[in-house]
Design a binder for this molecule. Structure first.
Ligand SMILES: [Zn+2]
Ligand SMILES: [Zn+2]
Length: 95
């Protein structure tokens, strides 16, 4: 079943970067001192979430995979590490 075409979306904070748009999980390097852009939200800090917004049923919005095993503690694939269930990621802004 697909989501209704007239679903209402509202911007919510990307849980991976906490709204900064920067991926602090990737350590910067001497030749790349700038913070990396967050891949979960395309560096925008926000994702569009179908309302009423629901945290990811899998990671409960933590963005971390709770499953035991080798995927434990890895980024949650169910929500694309955004922490939200039904979301739409805005395309990157043209620079
Ligand atoms: Zn983000
Ligand atoms: Zn998740």
């Amino acid at each position: 079943m697909s989501s209704p075409p007239n679903a209402q979306y509202a911007p919510e904070t990307c849980q991976w970067c906490k709204g900064t748009g920067h991926d602090d999980h990737i350590p910067t390097k001497p030749d790349h001192p700038q913070p990396y852009s967050c891949a979960a939200c395309n560096g925008q800090g926000r994702v569009q979430v179908a309302q009423p917004s629901q945290p990811c049923v899998h990671c409960k919005g933590t963005t971390v995979n709770p499953d035991p095993g080798e995927r434990h503690g890895k980024p949650c694939d169910y929500c694309g590490r955004t922490g939200w269930s039904l979301r739409w990621i805005p395309p990157p802004r043209p620079s």
